[in-house]
Design a protein around this ligand. Structure first.
Ligand SMILES: Cc1cc2nc3c(=O)[nH]c(=O)nc-3n(C[C@H](O)[C@H](O)[C@H](O)COP(=O)(O)OP(=O)(O)OC[C@H]3O[C@@H](n4cnc5c(N)ncnc54)[C@H](O)[C@@H]3O)c2cc1C
Length: 241
């Protein structure tokens, strides 16, 4: 098991009204793979400790890592990280962790990314790693969000998708869709993943699904029903329903 290391908050920016990205400087960081996560440990003045996992949002930059945290109402750790943590604060991290939910940059297979809410974080790490290494492997991201205002990394994804060779990106809305959207708002449906495009099972993409547990299970079942093979589907469950 990796050891706990001190991490200093060096940056904080809002991604949406409820999601924040924190930059953390970790003295001894030897890099990580796109899709891996860290454990974050907070210690209160009375010694009480809380540990939660957060995906790494981007390739490391000179010992600085990034996490993006979605604030959950009443959430012990997420409320602290999004609303209270300030530049200069010290916390602890352990990682990188997880060797299964990672994208292998050497693998030329197309990649289908399916995210619910903050489940986009490790998938964005894959998209950023692909962009940084100038790799042309086809990537398609399907991101389910409540409303257009909940599109974490929305501007960056729109920019990347507009570039030649960039990923294609589809947003699905569960509560409120923009006026231009023809799909009625609602939870993920099978035909959202099986729309007759090259991203059906015939293209044998590697599929990464991430988000709340219920979302991940629904998405995995839809992909299996659409003919994707179980051994091509990797999942990461964030908890909740
Ligand atoms: C491998 C891994 C990677 C993760 N990466 C991220 C990430 O990049 N960004 C991120 O924001 N979160 C991520 N999470 C979720 C994160 O670890 C915490 O579970 C989340 O921040 C809630 O912690 P909390 O202390 O605020 O809430 P808690 O105080 O633990 O719980 C508050 C309430 O929220 C419910 N709840 C807990 N977790 C979730 C959830 N994920 N969705 C919906 N309801 C929930 C609980 O049942 C409870 O009712 C990841 C989880 C795992 C296992």
């Amino acid at each position: 098991m990796r050891r706990w290391q001190s991490a200093t908050v060096t940056g904080s920016r809002a991604e949406t009204a409820t999601a924040h990205t924190l930059s953390l400087r970790v003295d001894e960081w030897n890099g990580h793979l796109p899709g891996q996560h860290v454990d974050v440990r907070l210690t209160a003045p009375d010694g009480y400790q809380a540990v939660r996992s957060y995906s790494l949002a981007a390739p490391a930059d000179d010992g600085v890592i990034e996490i993006t945290v979605q604030r959950l109402p009443g959430g012990e750790v997420s409320e602290f990280l999004t609303d209270i943590a300030m530049i200069g604060d010290e916390l602890e991290v352990r990682g990188p962790l997880g060797n299964w939910f990672v994208w292998d940059q050497e693998d030329p297979s197309p990649v289908l990314l399916v995210a619910g809410g903050s489940g986009v974080v490790p998938l964005m790490s894959m998209i950023r790693a692909r962009h940084q290494a100038d790799i042309q492997t086809p990537f398609h991201l399907i991101h389910s969000v409540r409303t257009p205002q909940d599109r974490i990394y929305g501007d960056e994804l729109t920019r990347l998708a507009a570039q030649a060779g960039g990923p294609s990106v589809t947003w699905l809305y569960t509560r409120t869709a923009p006026p231009s959207e023809t799909r009625p708002p609602g939870r993920l449906r099978q035909n959202d993943l099986d729309d007759g495009s090259s991203w059906t099972s015939g293209a044998t993409p590697t599929c990464f699904i991430c988000g709340p547990t219920g979302f991940v299970e629904d998405a995995a079942n839809h992909l299996l029903a659409a003919g994707h093979h179980a051994d091509r589907i990797r999942t990461e469950r964030f908890g909740g329903r």
